[in-house]
Design a protein around this ligand. Structure first.
Ligand code: AMP
Length: 444
């Protein structure tokens, strides 16, 4: 085990780490980071009720939009590395503010975050770098959208340009539905995020997620993953933030991954350089494997949820060094990420009604769990006055498990899930259906 740190054995102090965010993703990052013996404390701002169950972790309740107070607190705590989890603070330029104050930050600045916070910017970026992606039209008015929708013969997808918590994408079945979606966005459903609309050619194929940790110039890849976006079994129902995932994605053979590196990953990093964007953080490539090859569906400027919760338990204790090296612009680029010799899978337990309206505040009961190679990362929970764990979001718990093959992973995940209960608990029973009963192992 261990990252091959060829040429660099020196590390700075890495005692106090801050992770910004409050979801399952941030808890799983904290869980992986605290494994390193140099790390003494991991502070989550603000974290959630599950954060303090993680070794060395503490929550801090401070307004991240109050720069002065935040910087004072980080200085007081002698923070050695800051990891920014969610897209909103990244899009607001928090990484730039903290870097200016000489903190080491894992997370791109406002310029690099455009990859995620403006779909039209990202599409133009891909176009100029010749990166394969669906054909698109950037439109500024409903009139303009109408012309394209009714004159183009190909099926279209409609997207709000800006951040919309994963809800700004519509996959209509007809031209009229397509027009209605554009109308909804232009009528303000997503506020300023919908001032511009992107119409895209609808493409087809399985989706995979690839994560590159980037230091501005060089990058290393994390294990690949596949998630299940739809709410219902057999990948039906509305899109959600993700109902489960597995890693690695057997669909991406080494040869295919090489193609993705050559056609997508390296051209993306080169194009960022060409634009003088010093991108220090993770680039998430949401890809569709189409008949004509891999295409980018979207970029994210942060770790995907629930893929992050799935991948983190595979990381060994040197993972935090990689994040630190990215933050300093000091990756070697050929670091070998040794992972646990297992595969990993996760299932999300949600509140009844998610991704639409749901109620919170229900007590969570956890019975007898087989905790070997198994983690529960809280996604949306809180504590009652008496210390009882309560539901506090649509996505409540991420149940993660590692084993030799995906059958064993999901067998244990679902067995343990039977021991977890709250009023209205819902989860899909078929997560990983593509890789179950196939006995895929890391060796083959
Ligand atoms: P996005 O937020 O851009 O990742 O879109 C959410 C989901 O919508 C993706 O994971 C895809 O399942 C689907 N989607 C987005 N763009 C397209 C497209 N051009 N063609 C087909 N499906 C798409």
């Amino acid at each position: 085990m261990g990252i091959n740190l060829t040429g660099s054995k020196e590390f700075n102090r890495l005692e106090n780490i801050v992770i910004i965010g409050n979801g399952g993703r941030e808890n799983s990052l904290a869980w992986a980071i605290q494994k390193n013996e140099l790390v003494k404390k991991v502070y989550l701002i603000p974290g959630n009720a599950g954060s303090e169950r993680i070794n060395k972790c503490e929550r801090i309740n401070i307004d991240i939009n109050n720069d002065k107070e935040l910087v004072e607190k980080l200085n007081f705590l002698k923070i050695d590395l800051i990891i920014i989890g969610p897209e909103i603070p990244l899009a607001n330029g928090l990484a730039d503010i903290l870097r200016k104050k000489d903190f080491k930050v894992f997370g791109p600045g406002k310029d690099g975050s455009q990859l995620e916070y403006s779909k039209s910017w990202a599409k133009q970026f891909m176009q100029s770098a010749n990166i394969p992606t669906a054909k698109f039209w950037k439109v500024n008015s409903l009139e303009e959208a109408k012309k394209i929708i009714y004159s183009e013969s190909i099926p279209l997808v409609v997207k709000a340009d800006g951040l919309a918590s994963g809800k700004g994408v519509f996959i209509p079945e007809s031209k009229d539905e397509c027009f209605k979606s554009a109308e909804l966005i232009f009528n303000g459903k997503f506020g300023d995020s919908g001032r511009v609309v992107v119409l895209e050619e609808k493409i087809q194929g399985p989706e995979v997620s690839v994560f590159a940790l980037c230091d501005g110039q060089k990058y290393v890849l994390l294990p690949t993953a596949q998630d299940h976006k739809r709410l219902k079994e057999n990948d039906k129902g509305p899109n959600t933030g993700g109902m489960g995932a597995y890693s690695p994605a057997p669909l991406l053979t080494e040869t295919y991954l090489d193609r993705i590196i050559n056609e997508i990953i390296e051209p993306t990093i080169n194009e960022l350089n060409k634009k003088n964007i010093d991108y220090r953080g993770v680039i998430y490539f949401g890809l569709m494997i189409t008949e004509s090859g891999p295409k980018v569906i979207e970029y994210n400027c942060r770790f995907g949820d629930p893929e992050c919760q799935t991948i983190m338990p595979l990381m060994d204790q040197d993972f935090v060094f990689l994040l630190e090296k990215c933050s300093m612009g000091k990756l070697i680029g050929n670091e070998r990420i040794d992972t646990l010799d297992k595969v990993s899978g996760c299932v999300i337990a949600t509140s009844k009604g998610y991704p639409h309206e749901y109620k919170t505040g229900f007590p969570i009961k956890i019975g007898k769990i087989d905790s070997n190679n198994f983690q529960i990362f809280d996604s949306g929970t809180s504590l009652s006055k008496t210390g009882e764990l309560l539901t506090d979001g649509g996505r409540v718990l991420t149940i993660v498990c590692q084993d030799k093959n995906f059958d064993l992973v999901f067998e244990k995940a679902y067995k343990n899930l039977k021991e977890i209960n709250f009023d209205g608990i819902y989860y899909r029973n078929d997560i990983g259906h593509q890789v179950r009963k196939k006995n895929f192992t890391r060796e083959n």
